[in-house]
Design a protein around this ligand. Structure first.
Ligand code: ZN
Length: 154
């Protein structure tokens, strides 16, 4: 069976950045399952997996535009410390859930802290990065009707 829309695909994968640092990996764990065609993995990887089948191995280089997007410097903002209210120990690297102007949940990352201000970055941590995937297709099956209805794997 080959990979196309409406199929549940299991993959083992390793994701490295351009410096060769491993960002994420399924090594030593369960393969990752996803519903092909649902946009649940980055587009650049999803399109390369189309037509592959169990046992296939592939190396995919995904540019930012087909990955987590380009960085948007407008999403970097300096806010007064008081905006964090009760949170006392704010440090670079901390993540907070915020609501974007359109109401969507957005994860922001603290990038710098001074006595009075906190610089926050609403970009995805992997925005602007070229992603290198090393993938082995573990299995492919047809999605069930309820999986298609829900848009995710059960
Ligand atoms: Zn469900």
């Amino acid at each position: 069976m080959t990979i196309s829309d409406k199929h549940v695909v299991s993959i083992h994968y390793k994701l490295t950045d351009s410096a060769g640092e491993v960002i994420d990996s399924s090594d030593g764990g369960e393969p990752m399952n996803y519903l092909h065609g649902s946009g649940s993995i980055v587009p650049g990887l999803e399109q390369e997996l189309t037509g592959k089948s169990a046992g296939d191995q592939l190396q995919v280089t995904v540019p930012p535009g087909l990955g987590y997007g380009e960085r948007n410097e407008e999403l970097v903002q300096v806010v007064p410390r008081e905006a964090f209210g009760e949170v006392k120990d704010i440090e670079p690297g901390m993540r907070f859930q915020a609501s974007a102007e359109n109401g969507d949940a957005q994860v922001i990352t603290v990038s710098a802290v001074s006595d009075t201000d906190v610089t926050v970055d609403g970009n995805h941590p992997l925005a602007g990065q070229v992603l290198h995937f090393d993938v082995t297709v573990d299995s492919v099956r047809e999605a069930s009707q309820s999986e298609l209805d829900h848009g995710h794997v059960h």
